[in-house]
Design a protein around this ligand. Structure first.
Ligand SMILES: *[C@@H]1O[C@H](CO)[C@@H](O)[C@H](O)[C@H]1NC(C)=O
Ligand SMILES: *[C@@H]1O[C@H](CO)[C@@H](O)[C@H](O)[C@H]1NC(C)=O
Ligand SMILES: [Cu+2]
Length: 325
């Protein structure tokens, strides 16, 4: 009798569909994401080896002449208007960085995503540890080809990496960076836009979507432009105003920092802010406001990974994320 009862309990448990089992998993040991500048040489080397591997593995999406790194750039470019300039910017990129972390693991990496804390480097961004030619991502680009005004990265582990995409079109080219120079007493790479002083009004926002807009339009955009768009906004580096900006592996250290800043904002009032999600969806074709966003909104991942739901990507300690800073 006892055995039968137990057996039927097990039977009931086994009958739960796999998706529900997944949702019930808990996060007991969140993995720490580290600051690149504070990681050991061995940790940086392990990350870079896996990141180079991602730029060499054949596309999983079946893109011609392309690699897994191109899959990331392509997916970001195709979904661009659905994942920027409104609330989904934060949870979508949180999920996306996690998908990249998984791609690094598929290349033998056992660590976690890392971040470039550009707030610490704002006064002299060109001296940041991330640009090191051996234990970093290489530095600024230089003009090497009179027929291509993009500036090629010629040092570091990605000097031979050739992204396939430029915006949404096939345009194979060498990885490029085009740093903004120091101007009017401000540091190079637009550092003044992500200094501790510049961060004060961003972090002081008290409504999720106002924080999202201030972070996205301010420091987030300044780092893209500072690394990839020189002084004339032409966007001649991959990280510049280019919706295939994930072609530059540095993109993921930038976005892990954006993610960390959101997490820090949530930590100012965790009970209210961890699940706070608001604002309007992108404008409708007739120009009117899109509908208000919801925690039940979908997060498309274009075949790179399963479609997600916003609710599962709000809390870094959720079952699907399970990390800490
Ligand atoms: C793929 O690469 C080959 C050889 O470089 C080239 O001839 C072909 O046009 C490329 N196809 C695409 C779609 O880029
Ligand atoms: C890295 O930069 C240093 C200093 O400029 C230089 O001496 C060294 O040769 C470079 N190493 C590589 C692998 O590019
Ligand atoms: Cu983006």
């Amino acid at each position: 009798m006892k055995f039968l009862q137990l057996a039927s309990l097990f039977g009931a448990a086994l009958a739960v569909p796999a998706a529900d089992l997944d949702a019930r998993q808990t996060c007991t040991t969140p993995k720490l994401r580290k600051d690149w500048a504070k990681a050991t040489t061995a940790e940086k080397t392990a990350y870079l080896n896996a990141a180079v591997c991602v730029t060499k593995k054949p596309s999983r999406l079946g893109l011609v002449n392309a690699t897994v790194q191109d899959d990331f750039a392509y997916t970001h470019a195709i979904l661009y208007n659905q994942i920027h300039n409104f609330a989904a910017f934060l949870p979508w990129h949180r999920y996306y960085v996690m998908v990249y972390e998984k791609a690094l693991r598929d290349c033998g990496y056992t660590g976690t995503a890392m971040y470039w804390n550009w707030v610490n480097d704002w006064a002299a961004p060109s001296k940041a540890a991330v640009w090191h030619n051996v234990t970093g991502f290489g530095g600024n680009g230089v003009e090497t080809n009179p027929n291509d005004i993009r500036k090629r990265v010629i040092d570091g582990p990605f000097k031979n990496w050739r992204p396939q995409f430029w915006h949404s079109s096939v345009q194979p080219h060498a990885l490029s960076r085009d740093w903004s120079t120091a101007q009017n007493g401000d540091p190079e790479l637009r550092g003044a836009f992500y200094s501790p002083t510049a961060m004060v009004p961003v972090n002081a926002k008290t409504v999720f979507d106002e924080f999202r807009a201030a972070l996205e339009d301010g420091p987030h955009a300044a780092v893209h432009g500072g690394v990839g768009a020189a002084d004339d906004n032409r966007g001649l580096g991959d990280m510049g105003f280019n919706n295939a900006s994930p072609s530059d592996p540095l993109f993921f250290l930038h976005h892990t920092q954006v993610d960390r800043l959101w997490w820090l904002w949530q930590q100012q009032n965790p009970s209210a802010r961890t699940m706070e999600y608001n604002g309007n969806s992108p404008s409708l074709p007739d120009g009117s406001n899109g509908p208000p966003v919801s925690l039940n909104d979908k997060l498309p991942m274009g075949g790179l990974a399963a479609e997600g739901v916003v609710r599962d990507y709000m809390d870094v300690k959720s079952a699907k994320l399970c990390y800490k800073y």
